[in-house]
Ligand binder design. Structure first.
Ligand SMILES: [Zn+2]
Length: 106
């Protein structure tokens, strides 16, 4: 079962707080997507486990009953500290999106 939530989070690409859509697959966080630029972080638990401790993963990736201020802050810090090597795909997507926008202007 997929559920989505919307909240303001820090975007690495926009370099400011933007509206993000958070997608949960079952009880686990699957994707965080910026509504402004389309940059998204897909959660690969294996890659995350290489970088973060189980405690951090449990706190951040397990679906909260509601998105509390504390969870929101954790997510923002999590995104800011996210290793850039994990988000190569979103940068490509953002580039493609920029090209589409550019084409529209011509
Ligand atoms: Zn953005």
């Amino acid at each position: 079962m997929t559920t989505t939530m919307k909240t303001e989070l820090f975007c690495l690409h926009c370099n400011r707080e933007c509206l993000h859509t958070i997608t949960y697959l079952g009880t686990y966080l699957k994707e965080v997507r910026c509504q402004e630029c389309g940059t998204h972080i897909e959660m690969d638990r294996k890659k995350i486990l290489e970088t973060y401790t189980a405690e951090v993963i449990d706190r951040i990736l397990t679906k909260p009953h509601r998105l509390t201020e504390e969870v929101r802050k954790d997510l923002s810090n999590f995104i800011k500290s996210f290793p850039i090597r994990i988000i190569t795909k979103p940068l490509r997507v953002a580039k493609e999106l920029m090209e589409v926008i550019k084409e529209d202007k011509d």
